[in-house]
Write a protein that binds this ligand. Structure first.
Ligand SMILES: [Zn+2]
Length: 496
């Protein structure tokens, strides 16, 4: 038995000015890994592709790994990158196989295709009309019919922060191996509702997503091969952005339909709870200082979330609004993770460790899709640390995967230690701080360019949390996004 296993993951923020060439799928340094290199990079990690490898090896199958391509969220994917990755996967399937297992994101927009995953699946189906295809998807999938039409089984993450990628791979993969063994006949139903849940309200620790995901797990206990609610990714101006659901059953199409509709109804009825009301930044920073006064020294930091500029939602990670507010307010004993500014890192490297530098920090990238110009800020500080920015996640999210921040520096202003990086990385793992010699548990304040994923590895340290509205392409202000292509009417953009 031959099984093709591959990964093609990108969440596209169509408003993001950050380009997405092929190199971004290899952390900006190399091509994405193939064959033995891909096996080496992912075997034994917490990724869905790792679960596929294990299931295939358990079944005694020959594993073909044409490519494992994963890029941090950014603007639409270059056509040449999509063709390269899709081409590798299609060529492996064309050589002949008994099954295909794909670790996809589910919100990939390319320069040409609004539904990158659907386009890949359509091509695979044309090459191999009968071969079973199992697909693991991110909870932020913006679901398109071509995914349902061409996949045999689909499973989505049931946690946000995403700490069940591996388990999702098992759910998608087991249905395919059971089919190959003649034990089940997967049948799939999908649907959506016209609603754009806000990312800040999507966490699976919070209502209503907690209850939605619990119901998915219950349906799987009751016999569904997989049940998934996709909260969707709203920072994408594409027709099918928003919430959807998929249920796979063993040969019972009516039951799959009924369960899928039940999940969608449950989500629709809770739509008002998915709306986010941001607070003005000045009020957030005042509140943060009050909260700090009420905490003991050992209680852990007040976490300040710069949620408008999160690179895991396509943010440039270089807007200075929240960090500027922190500097202006004179907050002391702060660590800020991170500002994307390769030029500033190079300037600090030229100056050397221990030297005092004055930099024009951040704000290098304009955001024309939302009418914003980059606004750097002049900052003076001491170069505290320089490093290569590599670390391996401790987990629980993306456990064991290697991250590349690129050349990295820490600038110490006396009150704020600012981590400055050359490749985008969202702070969701303690290892990111260990890599730059900062102990976040013993800071009074911790600024994170993150929305929800930080909870995975850092929430247990937090004494309090304050959500800070800054500027960037992850803005909470849907009006600023000026949607043109998303289907209308849609809640909450339109009265429904
Ligand atoms: Zn996601």
């Amino acid at each position: 038995m031959r099984v093709v296993i591959a990964q093609m993951k990108h969440e596209t923020n169509t408003f993001s000015p950050v380009p997405t060439p092929l190199a971004r799928f290899g952390s900006g340094e190399e091509l994405p890994p193939e064959g033995a290199d891909a096996y080496q990079a992912y075997k034994g990690t917490g990724a869905a592709i790792a679960a596929f490898i294990e299931l295939a090896e358990e079944a005694g199958a020959e594993v073909l790994l044409p490519i494992a391509a994963s890029a941090w969220p950014s603007g639409p994917v270059e056509d040449s990158a999509f063709e390269y990755i899709a081409g590798k996967i299609c060529a492996a399937v064309a050589d002949g196989c008994d099954a295909v297992l794909l670790d996809l994101h589910g919100a990939m927009v390319t320069k040409t295709y609004e539904d990158g995953e659907g386009e890949l699946l359509r091509r695979l189906r044309a090459i191999a009309p009968e071969v079973p295809i199992g697909v693991a998807l991110d909870m932020h999938t913006n679901f398109y019919p071509a995914i349902a039409d061409n996949a045999t089984a689909v499973a989505g993450y049931q946690t946000y922060p995403h700490i069940d990628m591996y388990e999702t791979g098992l759910r998608a993969g087991r249905a395919i191996f059971a089919l190959l063994a003649g034990r089940v006949k997967p049948t799939l139903a999908w649907g959506n509702r016209p609603m754009l849940p806000h990312v800040m309200r999507q966490g699976s620790d919070d209502s209503p997503n907690r209850e939605l995901q619990a119901r998915c797990r219950e349906l799987e206990m009751q016999g569904a091969l997989s049940a998934s609610v996709f909260v969707g990714f709203p920072n994408a101006d594409i027709h099918n952005a928003g919430l959807s659901a998929v249920v796979v059953t063993d040969g019972d199409a009516a039951r799959a339909r009924r369960w899928c509709d039940e999940l969608l109804e449950m989500a629709w009825n809770a739509r008002a709870q998915f709306v986010y009301q941001p607070e003005p930044l000045a009020a957030s920073l005042t509140r943060a200082q009050e909260l700090r006064k009420g905490l003991r020294d050992e209680s852990g930091p007040v976490v300040l979330l710069d949620h408008s500029d999160n690179c895991a939602s396509g943010g440039t990670m270089d807007t200075m609004t929240v960090l500027g507010g922190i500097l202006d307010a004179g907050l002391d004993d702060v660590a800020a993770f991170a500002i994307f500014d390769p030029e500033a890192v190079q300037a600090m490297a030229r100056a050397g460790i221990g030297k005092t530098v004055t930099l024009s920090l951040g704000g290098k990238l304009d955001m024309p899709a939302i009418g914003l110009k980059g606004q750097p800020r002049t900052v003076t500080g001491r170069v505290k640390l320089l490093c290569d920015g590599r670390y391996r996640n401790r987990g629980p999210m993306a456990r064991g995967e290697v991250n590349h921040m690129g050349a990295t520096a820490v600038l110490d202003t006396g009150k704020v230690e600012i981590v400055v990086i050359s490749n985008h990385v969202e702070p969701h793992d303690l290892a990111a701080f260990q890599a730059v010699g900062i102990d976040p548990a013993h800071k009074r304040f911790l600024m994170l360019k993150s929305r929800v994923h930080w909870r995975a590895g850092l929430k247990s340290l937090a004494g309090a949390v304050v959500e800070c509205a800054g500027s960037g392409v992850c803005t909470s202000d849907y009006a600023a996004l000026n949607f043109k292509n998303v289907r209308r009417p849609i809640y909450p953009l339109d009265p429904l």
